[in-house]
Design a protein around this ligand. Structure first.
Ligand code: HEM
Length: 303
C-alpha cells in the first residue's frame, strides 16, 4: 500500500486535499500554517489510508502529539499510551463491524483468517499505532521547516522560481538540514560496538541516534550547516537506515512537495509574520518543529 507506485497514484487526491485547505485560508490575513496546512494534510492522508473516521482524528492527534512530547512524565506517558490503545481498539471495532477500503480493514481481514496466519491482537494493534503515528507529526515538521526556511531565505525560493532546483530538492534539503525526527530514542547495543575514534559502546548501553548531527557531519556535506537546495548531494538519514528504513518515505515526500508547490503558487508573496528567531521550538527531544508558524498571506498594504 505504501510502495512508490501506489503512492504516486495518490497525487491527485493529495492535490485536492491541499487545494481544499488553501481555499479555506483567508488571503490578506495572518494564519498559523502549521495548524492550518502542515497538520491537517498528513492527518487527512493517513486517516483516509487507514480508515480513521473523521470524528476520531482529533483524539488521535492529541495522543500522537503526546508520544513525541518528551517533557511529559513517565506517568503521563503511561496514561497517554492507555488512551491511544483505547482509540485503536475502538477503531478496530468500528472496522470489524463496517469494513471499508482501507488498510485497517485489510489487516483485520488478515487477522481473522483461520488458516493459522492470523495476526494476534497485538500484531494488529501495534502496526496500526506505528502507521498512524508515523504519518502525523513527522510530515507536519517537514512542511513547517520548509515553509519557515523559504520565507526567511528568499534566495532559495528564487532558485525554484528560476529553475535552478525542484520542489523535490527543497524537500530533500529540508530533510537533511532540519530532520523531522532530530533524535530517535532508544536503542540498546546487543554486543560491544567499537567506534572508529577508539571508544566502545558497551553491550547493554543505551543509544540515542542523532539524525540531526549525522546530516550535518562536515565529512559528509560541505558547508553542512547551510541550507542549499541546489547542493548536488543531499543525502541524509532523516528516514533512518537499513531494515527499518521509513516505509512512508515516498508518501511523505509527495505530501510535502505538493503542499509547498501549491502554497507558493497560490500565495507567492507570503511573508513570515514574526522574526525567525522569535519562532518557538517544540519542547521535544524527538520532534523538530515549531509551536506555530504565523504567516501573512499577502503583504499588508503600505501606508
Ligand atoms: C517526513 C516524514 C517522515 C519521517 C521524517 C519519518 C522518519 C522515520 C524514521 C527515522 C524511521 C526509522 C525508525 C527506526 O529506525 O526504527 C521511520 C520508520 C517508519 N515510518 Fe516513517 N517517517 C515519516 C513519514 C512516515 C509516513 C507518512 C508513514 C506512513 C504512512 C511512515 C511510516 C513508517 C513506518 C511504518 C516505519 C517503520 C518501518 C519499520 O520498522 O520497518 N513514516 N520513519
Amino acid at each position: 500500500a505504501l510502495s512508490a507506485r501506489r503512492t504516486a497514484a495518490l497525487q491527485a487526491d493529495i492535490e485536492a486535499l491541499v487545494d481544499g485547505l488553501l481555499d479555506a485560508l483567508p488571503p490578506g490575513e495572518t494564519v498559523d500554517l502549521r495548524e492550518h496546512l502542515a497538520y491537517p494534510l498528513p492527518i487527512a492522508v493517513i486517516g483516509k489510508l487507514m480508515g480513521v473516521p473523521a470524528d476520531q482524528r482529533t483524539a488521535f492527534r492529541t495522543g500522537v502529539d503526546n508520544v513525541f512530547a518528551t517533557h511529559l512524565s513517565a506517568e503521563e506517558q503511561a496514561v497517554n499510551t492507555t488512551a491511544l490503545y483505547g482509540l485503536l481498539d475502538a477503531l478496530i471495532e468500528t472496522k470489524r463491524t463496517e469494513p471499508g477500503e482501507d488498510m485497517t480493514s485489510l489487516l483485520i481481514a488478515t487477522r481473522d483468517e483461520e488458516d493459522g496466519s492470523a495476526l494476534s491482537h497485538a500484531e494488529l494493534r501495534d502496526p496500526l499505532l506505528l502507521m498512524i503515528s508515523a504519518g502525523y507529526e513527522t510530515t507536519v515538521n517537514v512542511i513547517d521547516q520548509a515553509i519557515t526556511t523559504l520565507l526567511t531565505d528568499p534566495q532559495q525560493l528564487a532558485h525554484i522560481r528560476e529553475g535552478r532546483c525542484t520542489w523535490q530538492d527543497v524537500v530533500e534539503e529540508t530533510l537533511r538540514h532540519q530532520p523531522a525526527v532530530k533524535h530517535l530514542p532508544l536503542r540498546y547495543a546487543r554486543t560491544d560496538i567499537p567506534l572508529p575514534d577508539g571508544q566502545t559502546i558497551k553491550a547493554g548501553e543505551a543509544i540515542l541516534a542523532s539524525y540531526a548531527a549525522a546530516n550535518r557531519h562536515p565529512d559528509w556535506h560541505k558547508d553542512a550547516d547551510r541550507f542549499d537546495a541546489t547542493r548536488p548531494s543531499k543525502e541524509h538519514l532523516a528516514f533512518g537506515h537499513g531494515v527499518h528504513f521509513c516505509l512512508g518515505a515516498p508518501l511523505a515526500r509527495l505530501e510535502v512537495a505538493t503542499a509547498l508547490r501549491l502554497l507558493f503558487e497560490r500565495f507567492p508573496d507570503a511573508q513570515l509574520a514574526t522574526e525567525r528567531t522569535a519562532l518557538k521550538r517544540l519542547p521535544s527531544l524527538i520532534s523538530n518543529g515549531h509551536a506555530s508558524v504565523s504567516v501573512r498571506l499577502r503583504p499588508m498594504p503600505s501606508h
